[in-house]
Each structure stands twice: as structure tokens, then as C-alpha cells.
Design a binder for this molecule. Structure first.
Ligand SMILES: *Cc1c(COP(=O)(O)O)cnc(C)c1O
Length: 420
């Protein structure tokens, strides 16, 4: 389209390839205006966990739409929000007491940050308060969340000098690094909280860490008396095979952030879950100590209805087994690529499979080559990855694995610069 007025995300509008126009979705398929049908390898930024147009979720949204699309939560409330909050707390663990709803992951992380920073200030602890966050991390695009993303590799280095300063650390992976991290934390007095994407840092470049890292962060947070925040927007809700990634490590965060697949990709909705002791930090006769946040669409009723239905689907007893089968297939297809000279690393965890290259490929050319073979796959910088629907049929997964494996094998690293 020559007179497209849409400002597309993360692209240079002047040189971008024409985006594919999608006219219909179904299961794992994108039906394009030009008649092509592509198997989606990344489920619309990992949201369509149950495949596109899941009838059960669509029915729930239609029912809600017929009675009440939305009312604000300022002075009003509604059953879909209350029921969803109760169900999320029940799923996350007995100490979770309240859920703050927003419509994007970034805002849900902002809310988690405010829970940490505001309660640090109100407690009169030394400041200015800082979060501990990690290289390789990604927590959103708003100004507050950019400040806890990877300052170098991330998408936001242009803003580095303008953002709130936080403590950005390397993710501790070995015993030595973990011991050093814990003693470093113990020596700080301005830490207001620790935030990480548990097990796999996704949009910041697909980096995995051991489960022990999460136990180390739990110990460090406990010793410092600060909240541990797990941003499970990408890895939560069975993406790693368990309901929450933290279950693999046997530790529980104080604040848990969910988004992306929460409604099965049907509506925008995110959730920040807080344990009772976090909620109590805000309890006061002083009204100004309330959590000062309130998105217009907080607790959107259609989104809550969609999420309640999506949670029913996430309860399917065969889901962990399905994710385990996806993991085995991804591993078999992607692990051999590690032998290629232009492949730096391969990561497979649950329904996440990523191939890190030694260079940044021409993204538009890569997307077009995959599309010509019937797959929609869109790299993040130097990482080619698959995060398909958790319900992806074996034949579609087979196609995705074959396309990634062959297209990555065929990639040519750019020639070295000529000698000076
Ligand atoms: C996508 C993502 C976000 C931001 O969510 P938006 O809905 O894009 O604002 C935050 N954290 C993680 C881990 C994510 O994957």
C-alpha cells in the first residue's frame, strides 16, 4: 500500500519491506491478502498460546460483549475482574493477595516497579531507590521499563543517558558468580527490588540461565529485605512447560508479572500479582500512600473474560506433555545447528527454540525466504527463534523446524572487512 499511514513498530519506515497483510487467522495459520497461507512460528509475539481464534475464548468474549464490554474500576467493579484476580492468585500461590490489571506488559512492569520504588521511599529507606536488573533483560518500551532493560544490547541504547539509573548486573550463572552477586547485594543499601525474566531472557536476545540462579536471587532479595519480581510475560503460562517458570526452581517471587499469552492473544491484558506483604506495605491511613497508578482500561471486562477462558484452556491436563513434545522436537532440529561456524549458540527450553548467530542477518530477506517456504519467522537482531502456539500440530512444527534449520544453514555471514 503506497499511502499507508500506520507507524510500524521497531522498523525504519523509510526502508522497511512491505508488511504482509493478514486477512484471516486460524489455528497456527496466517491467511494473507495475496492468498498465501503461512504457518506462524512466533504466534504474534508469543500471545496466541492456544492458536489463533480459539473458539472457546471467542465465545467467552462474545458473551461478555453482549452484557458489558467494560466499566472503569474507579469506584466500580465487576465479576470478570474479581474472578480473574482470584484465579490468578490461587494459581500463583497461597501468599498472593491482589492483582493489578493493565493492558500491556510494559505498564504491568511499570506497576511492579512502582510497588518496589514507592514502598522503598515510604519506608524511609536510603535512596534514591534502585532496582537490580540484568544484562540481556527486556521488560518493555516505556521510559520506566527501558531503564531496567539491557542498556547495551537492548533496543533502547539511544536513551541510555536519559533513563533512571538502576543497578544493571550480569546474570549470575556459576556458583562463584552467585556468591559474588549475593555479597554485592548485601553491600548496597539503595536496592528497592530485583527484577528478572526467569529461566529465559527473551526479547533481549534469548539467553538462558540455570534454575539455581533464581534460588540465588531469592536468597539475595530475602537478605536485603526487598521484593523479588519475576517478569513472566514471555515465559509464564506453560511456555517453559510449567504453569509458571518459577515452579522449575521451587522459589516464589513477591511480585509476578503476566501478559502476552494471558488472554490467548485475543485481547490486550496484563497482570501484576502481589503477595500480601507487598500489599501491606501500602496499607496506611494516609491516602497518598496508595499505589498511584490507574490505567483507563484497567481490568477491561472483555480482556478479563478472555483471560478466564484462556486459563481454562491452560488447565488442560495434557498441556505440559504437549510442551515437552515441542521441546524434544525443537531440540532435535536446532541442536545440530550449533556445529555451524556462523551459529554462536542454541537454546531450547520448553516451547522456546532459539539460534543465536555470529552476525545480524538481513531480516527482511530472511523473513521473505521463510515465507516462500510457508513459514512466518521473524528474527530479533542476531537471533532466529521459534515460539509457536503451545497447540501447534506436529506437521506444522515439523515445517517450522525444517525451515529454520535449512534457512539458518544457508545463511552466509557477511564477508570480513577488507584489510586496511
Ligand atoms: C513483551 C514483554 C514485555 C512488554 O510487554 P508489552 O505488552 O509489549 O508492553 C515485558 N517483559 C517481557 C518479558 C516481555 O516479553
Amino acid at each position: 500500500m503506497t499511502d499507508d499511514h500506520v507507524w510500524y513498530p521497531y522498523v525504519q519506515l523509510a526502508t522497511m519491506a512491505d508488511p504482509f497483510e493478514v486477512v484471516h487467522t486460524e489455528g497456527t495459520k496466517l491467511h494473507l491478502a495475496d492468498g498465501r497461507v503461512l504457518v506462524d512460528g512466533i504466534s504474534s509475539w508469543w500471545t496466541a498460546a492456544h492458536g489463533y481464534n480459539p473458539p472457546y475464548i471467542l465465545d467467552a468474549v462474545r458473551r461478555q460483549l453482549s452484557v458489558m464490554p467494560h466499566v472503569m474500576l474507579g469506584g466500580l467493579t465487576h465479576r470478570p475482574a474479581q474472578t480473574l484476580a482470584a484465579r490468578l492468585c490461587e494459581a500463583a500461590g497461597p501468599d498472593f493477595a491482589r492483582v493489578f490489571f493493565a493492558e500491556s506488559g510494559s505498564v504491568a512492569v511499570e506497576v511492579a516497579l512502582k510497588m518496589c520504588l514507592q514502598s522503598h521511599l515510604d519506608a524511609g529507606r536510603p535512596g534514591p531507590p534502585k532496582m537490580v536488573c540484568f544484562f540481556g533483560g527486556y521488560h518493555g518500551d516505556t521510559l520506566g521499563t527501558m531503564a531496567v532493560c539491557d542498556p547495551e544490547e537492548g533496543m533502547h541504547h539511544r536513551f541510555a543517558d536519559l533513563l533512571m539509573p538502576h543497578h544493571v548486573r550480569r546474570v549470575p550463572r556459576t556458583d562463584e558468580e552467585m556468591a559474588a552477586f549475593e555479597s554485592w547485594c548485601a553491600a548496597q543499601d539503595d536496592i528497592a527490588g530485583i527484577i528478572i525474566e526467569p529461566l529465559v531472557q527473551c526479547a533481549g536476545g534469548m539467553h538462558a540461565h540455570p534454575e539455581e540462579t533464581l534460588r540465588c536471587l531469592r536468597r539475595a532479595a530475602d537478605a536485603a529485605g526487598v521484593p523479588l519480581v519475576f517478569d513472566e510475560i514471555a515465559v509464564g503460562l506453560f511456555r517453559t512447560g510449567r504453569r509458571f517458570a518459577f515452579e522449575h526452581a521451587g522459589v516464589t517471587p513477591d511480585i509476578l508479572v503476566l501478559g502476552k499469552g494471558l488472554t490467548g492473544g485475543v485481547c490486550p491484558l496484563s497482570a501484576t500479582l502481589a503477595q500480601r506483604h507487598i500489599v501491606e506495605r501500602f496499607a496506611s491511613s494516609d491516602a497518598s500512600r496508595a499505589l498511584m497508578h490507574g490505567p483507563t482500561f484497567t481490568g477491561h471486562a472483555l480482556g478479563c473474560a478472555a483471560a478466564l477462558a484462556a486459563l481454562d484452556l491452560f488447565d488442560a491436563p495434557d498441556l505440559p506433555g504437549r510442551v515437552a513434545a515441542i521441546e524434544r522436537r525443537l531440540h532435535a532440529a536446532l541442536a545440530p545447528l550449533e556445529a555451524l561456524p556462523h551459529v554462536a549458540r542454541v537454546i531450547v527450553r520448553g516451547a522456546i527454540g532459539a539460534v543465536g548467530l555470529t552476525f545480524v542477518p538481513d531480516r527482511d530477506a530472511f523473513v521473505a525466504a521463510c515465507a516462500a517456504r510457508g513459514a512466518y519467522i521473524r528474527p530479533i537482531l542476531d537471533v532466529v527463534y521459534l515460539m509457536p502456539a503451545l497447540t501447534v500440530p506436529p506437521s506444522d512444527l515439523e515445517l517450522l523446524c525444517r525451515v529454520v534449520s535449512e534457512e539458518v544453514s544457508d545463511l552466509c555471514p557477511p564477508p570480513p572487512p577488507p584489510p586496511a
